[in-house]
Design a protein around this ligand. Structure first.
Ligand code: PGA
Length: 252
């Protein structure tokens, strides 16, 4: 059985003080579901989040990691430091970072560095509207996943979470239909199955992200190959985030 994962990508929102306040609010949420809840604040707010999360079941994630273990990379943060702060998950290859120039090769190196440090990568993939309209979504997603997983051993793939986030649905209020989202998540599972076998593919958690909210979450999360969500905007509003967590509590 795959455990549902509901991860909040806070993006560049919430100062350290605001992070503490939002974490205190989230801690009052009674998660009666079996879902794993993760929040991913800005790098500079991770310490505040880690402190405020003490004693809570909510897990901490980062939004990025560098692939090198240390060195002359001004402005970057390494996996070991994230780990030391209490970070367990890290978003890798988000389309907003890819738009800033992050390449498939860098995404792959970051996945390997995260695994090496014992962090769980939330590996993001997704097509643009032009790619969807040109009917190359399947090829594009397959390529992104294969490139990101170069050198990832079978025992490591179990520790990776994959998030399908169509770029045209991110922050636009335009959600993929449950059928569109399921189609690509199923494809991702097939790519994993071909490379790593059926058992590993069955155990891999695949999330959907892109304008997921308290209204559409139930239907999206009811799809057989969607095991959770990566949520931006709605994750900053505790009542909405709670409803999405509750929607995750469905039989697969
Ligand atoms: P959104 O963002 O929910 O605000 O569309 C999702 C994401 O980018 O992870």
């Amino acid at each position: 059985m795959r455990k549902p994962i509901i991860a909040g990508n806070w993006k560049m929102n919430k100062t350290p003080a605001e992070t503490r306040a939002l974490v205190e609010d989230l801690k009052t949420i009674e998660n009666r579901t079996g879902a794993e809840v993760v929040i991913c604040p800005m790098a500079v707010s991770l310490f505040a989040a880690a402190e405020a999360l003490k004693g809570s079941d909510i897990k901490l994630g980062a939004q990025n990691v560098h692939f090198a273990d240390k060195g002359a990379y001004t402005g970057e943060a390494n996996a070991a430091s994230l780990k030391e702060l209490g970070v367990e998950y890290v978003i890798i290859g988000h389309s907003e970072r890819r738009a800033m120039g992050e390449t498939d090769q860098q995404v792959n190196a970051k996945v390997l560095a995260a695994l090496e440090a014992g962090l769980v990568p939330i590996l993001c993939c997704g097509e643009s509207l032009e790619q969807r309209e040109a009917d190359i979504t399947a090829e594009w997603i397959t390529m992104q996943i294969k490139q990101a997983l170069i050198g990832v051993a079978p025992e490591q793939i179990r520790k990776i979470v994959i998030a399908y986030e169509p770029i045209w649905a991110i922050g636009t209020g335009k959600t993929a239909t449950p059928a569109q989202a399921e189609e690509v998540c199923e494809l991702i599972r097939t790519v994993i199955r071909k490379q790593y076998g059926a058992k590993i593919a069955r155990a891999t958690s695949i999330l959907y992200g892109g304008s997921m909210n308290e209204k559409n979450a139930y239907e999206l999360l009811a799809q057989p190959d969607i095991d959770g969500g990566l949520i931006g905007g709605a994750s900053l509003v505790p009542e909405k985030f709670l409803k999405i967590i509750e929607a995750a509590n469905q039989p697969a």
